[in-house]
Design a binder for this molecule. Structure first.
Ligand SMILES: *Cc1c(COP(=O)(O)O)cnc(C)c1O
Length: 452
């Protein structure tokens, strides 16, 4: 059998996490099971297994990065594993995925981990990994609309990056989009993205969790299609992060994956990608996963301290890692299951630790968003505790492009962060345009910097 030609018999469906008998078609507009629990997308694995692991590997590799629609995309090169039944004409893709795996050689050496990598998921159309899930969700919506389904708009609550991705993909497909943002809690770049893409943008006097509550209501009462990660179609796209990383390492599994988490959809997706590769025989061992949270928004960390026996939502406090300022994560159950399967650890980072981690890594050529900073700070702690060994291969999931979050870097380098004296500030040097003065200062700086 040749999986290279599209075969309609690959199937996938929504299934209740608690009851495998409760199933829905992926083309049904349903977000939760009868008891309000999350759904998951389940694939007909028996059908997929009719091709060998080697066949799947070579199929993905042959498509990735190519120009045959829609298979060049890092998501759609694995179409049979994602949304097998969608018509390729309805795929809304921006060639997402295929992101750089950055070997952080110099930074790794400083930390004492030689094999340290950052998966730069933010090197993507809207600057965050949210593109990976949104291509799947918006493609499904386009297919539904093509079939005559009455969907007035697609909507999401967002800490900034989801709305940017939704707005862009919806705009490309000509589908109206609505986004609910917590006013004043997202970056300028994140705000202007959906504005520019023509989404209907509501800036509301609440936090993310408040926006989420509202979007659930308009989805339920007014028929708009819900684009948040409680819609498990997004997880299907995001799970390609794991598969892409492993493919980039010639199908070798790293020892550790470190990922920042807020609503906890992405860590669930990461584990799902690994599960699927494991079940299909593309890999034969499991990495460990560290989920990293900001101390200001750490409900999963608190639960981890109690072996996940209890989970209590919290009111998340402000953090520079604004995309993970979430106190009541939608995908907590999936995330805890995922961490249990992958011998998981949860770590947290304070505001100062996040900013210092970014600054330190930036000095080695990276340009990290604060969420990536949370993961780097967590990595540092695991190295110090000896959990991550110097010979381990570690991959930090960098979730957004640093250029979306420049304010905190400006504050850090200009030394205007309240109650904090930065370790590595590098403010611009302001001088008159005078050769002698500039030269003297330049030479003294070269001298000073050589010593530190
Ligand atoms: C959404 C987002 C996260 C958190 O992902 P979850 O799936 O909500 O845990 C982390 N970093 C960035 C930049 C994000 O946009």
């Amino acid at each position: 059998m040749n999986p290279g030609t599209e075969k309609p018999h690959y199937r996938a469906w929504f299934e209740s996490l608690d009851d495998s008998e409760e199933r829905y078609g992926l083309d049904e507009i349903v977000y939760t099971d009868r008891n309000g629990g999350l759904l998951q997308v389940v694939h007909d694995m028996e059908e997929l297994k009719k091709s060998s692991a080697a066949e799947w590997k070579s199929l993905f590799a042959s498509r990735r990065g190519g120009s045959q629609w829609p298979y060049g995309s890092g998501v759609w090169c694995m179409k049979e594993w994602i949304l097998p039944e969608i018509h390729s004409d309805n795929v809304v893709s921006m060639y997402e995925g295929n992101t750089n795996l950055f070997w952080a050689e110099r930074f790794g050496r400083e930390l004492g981990v030689e094999d340290l990598w950052l998966k730069l998921c933010g090197n993507s159309h809207t600057g965050s990994f949210k593109d990976l899930g949104m291509t799947v969700l918006v493609s499904m919506v386009k297919e539904l609309i093509e079939r005559g389904e009455d969907i007035p708009a697609v909507a999401c609550a967002s800490t900034g990056d989801t709305s940017a991705a939704l707005a862009a993909y919806a705009a490309a497909a000509g589908i109206p989009s609505v986004v609910f943002l917590p006013k004043g809690k997202i970056s300028m770049a994140q705000l202007i993205q959906p504005v520019a893409n023509g989404a209907m943008v509501f800036a509301l006097d609440t936090d993310f969790d408040g926006c989420m509550e509202l979007v659930r209501q308009v989805a339920e009462k007014d028929g708009v299609y819900l684009a948040n990660s409680m819609n498990s179609l997004r997880v299907e796209g995001q799970k390609t992060i794991a598969i892409e990383i492993v493919q980039q390492f010639e199908w070798e599994v790293p020892d550790w994956l470190v990922i920042p988490g807020g609503n906890l959809g992405n860590v669930s997706a990461l584990a799902k990608g690994l599960d699927m590769m494991f079940e299909m025989g593309l890999i034969n061992r499991r990495p460990r996963i560290c989920l990293a949270q900001a101390e200001s928004a750490n409900p999963l960390y608190l639960s981890y301290l109690k072996d996940f026996e209890v989970f209590e939502p919290i009111a998340a406090r402000a953090t520079v890692a604004s995309a993970i300022q979430i106190g009541n994560p939608v995908s907590v159950k999936k995330a805890i299951d995922a961490l249990r399967r992958y011998d998981g650890v949860v770590e947290q980072a304070s505001e100062a630790e996040i900013m210092e981690a970014c600054a330190r890594a930036d000095r080695t050529g990276l340009f990290n968003c604060p969420h990536t900073g949370v993961a780097i700070a967590a990595t540092t702690k695991l190295v110090e505790r000896g959990l991550i060994k110097s010979s381990d291969r570690v991959v930090v999931i960098s979730t957004a492009h640093g250029l979306k979050f420049v304010d905190f870097k400006l504050n850090y380098h200009n030394m205007t962060v309240a109650d904090m004296v930065p370790d590595h500030p590098n403010p611009p040097i302001e001088l008159p345009a005078d050769y002698q003065q500039v030269r003297d200062r330049m030479l003294s700086e070269i001298d000073r910097r050589a010593k530190t």
